[in-house]
Write a protein that binds this ligand. Structure first.
Ligand SMILES: Nc1ncnc2c1ncn2[C@@H]1O[C@H](COP(=O)(O)OP(=O)(O)OP(=O)(O)O)[C@@H](O)[C@H]1O
Ligand code: SF4
Ligand SMILES: [Mg+2]
Length: 338
């Protein structure tokens, strides 16, 4: 029987905070296969990074998965002890996080940092791991890889260090790579190169990609599927083309449709008026209701589930009709209501 490479079922995460218990993730499910490319977008604090960290077993100490199940290659992670779980995750999933550059070891040559993974995890010889590191450095577009094997991170530019981080993520031959804002700190040209590299990897190596970002233009460029996250849940989920052309949730609509020229207006998208709810308090009704142009009475009393309603999956009571409300309000350029 075939099964998805990664399957997450109804994941819940809670975090202890000084303000109380934060229900940061409130029921996330997803399926991913090698070669898939999923973008996860949503405003700051919606739970994108915590979702990835929960899957990877990298939650901060004050956070925990309270329910839900994660299957990796058909194996339930709940059924494994901690070392076995970490081993399986490291084998299947490579990680490039926002702070990937900072995570490089400043006193170890970049080549050794890349070679260390196959040597330790796959038990390869020093020579074979060295050779693999050179291959990976070439694959991620680091010129003069042989010579650069021996340099330290501070001797490389930001763009090259990010490539080293990607090479490390790939060094265990993962089938999936999780990227959390991996290009935010890079200038536009380097950003474009890194994105091209990720797209190449997907085509050549069938590496699946999960890409967390604020940048919808990037999702449009490199992802086939998109999940829009709001207040710890996915509120819209579907193919990128379909979601961009015909969003089925008012939040996704505000996010996606208010940017006709996505290349240049990305920053403005995330200034939809109002604030996301405080998840240390109980959520009554749709969490987007206080900000929604299509809100009705039912929205305030019952929280909609993500479900198939004809277009992209949507967690909205008025998925098929909310656009009719648009005649009554004038959206500002940032997607909020005047
Ligand atoms: N270590 C922590 N301690 C307390 N609260 C946390 C911690 N890490 C995250 N949170 C909270 O959990 C929620 C989800 O955070 P998360 O980092 O997943 O957001 P995000 O969508 O990745 O945002 P951003 O786009 O800013 O990276 C937020 O309310 C955040 O404040
Ligand atoms: S359920 Fe209601 S408040 Fe929530 S997004 Fe849909 S229309 Fe808006
Ligand atoms: Mg984040």
């Amino acid at each position: 029987m075939t099964h998805p490479l990664l399957s997450v079922r109804d994941l819940h995460v809670e975090i202890d905070t000084p303000r109380g218990l934060l229900k940061a993730i409130r029921g996330i499910s997803l399926d991913l296969n090698a070669g898939d490319s999923l973008g996860i977008v949503g405003e700051s604090g919606s739970g994108k990074s915590i979702t990835l960290k929960a899957i990877l077993g990298l939650l901060p100490k004050n956070a925990r998965v309270t329910s839900g199940e994660i299957f990796l290659d058909g194996v339930s992670l709940n059924s494994l002890n901690a070392p076995k779980r970490a081993e399986l995750l490291a084998e299947k999933i490579g990680i490039v996080f926002q702070d990937a550059i900072a995570a490089l070891n400043p006193v170890m040559t970049v080549g050794n940092q890349i070679a260390e993974v196959p040597r330790r995890r796959l038990g390869w010889s020093k020579e074979k791991s060295h050779q693999r590191a050179i291959e990976l450095m070439e694959l991620v577009g680091i010129p003069e890889a042989e010579a650069r094997f021996h340099v330290y991170p501070h001797q490389l530019s930001g763009g090259l260090r990010q490539r080293v981080a990607i090479a490390i993520a790939l060094s265990g031959n993962p089938q999936l790579i999780f990227c959390d804002e991996p290009t935010t700190a890079l200038d536009v040209t380097i950003q474009a190169q890194v994105l091209r590299l990720l797209m190449d990897l997907r085509l050549k190596e069938k590496t699946g990609i999960v890409f967390v970002t604020h940048d919808l233009a990037v999702v449009n460029e490199i992802c086939e599927d998109i999940n829009v996250m709001y207040a710890g849940r996915f509120v819209e989920s579907g193919g990128v083309q379909e979601c961009f052309q015909n969003p089925s949730h008012p939040y996704a609509y505000s996010l996606l449709k208010s940017a006709p020229d996505m290349e240049h207006q990305v920053e403005r998208l995330f200034s939809i008026l109002g604030e996301a709810p405080d998840l240390t308090k109980a959520v009554n009704g749709c969490p987007f209701a206080p900000r929604c142009f299509a809100v009705t009475e039912i929205c305030r009393s019952s929280e909609p589930e993500l479900r198939n309603q004809g277009g992209p999956f949507s967690a909205c009571h008025h998925s098929s009709t909310f656009k009719q409300s648009l005649g009554a309000v004038e959206l500002t350029a940032d997607g909020g209501q005047k």
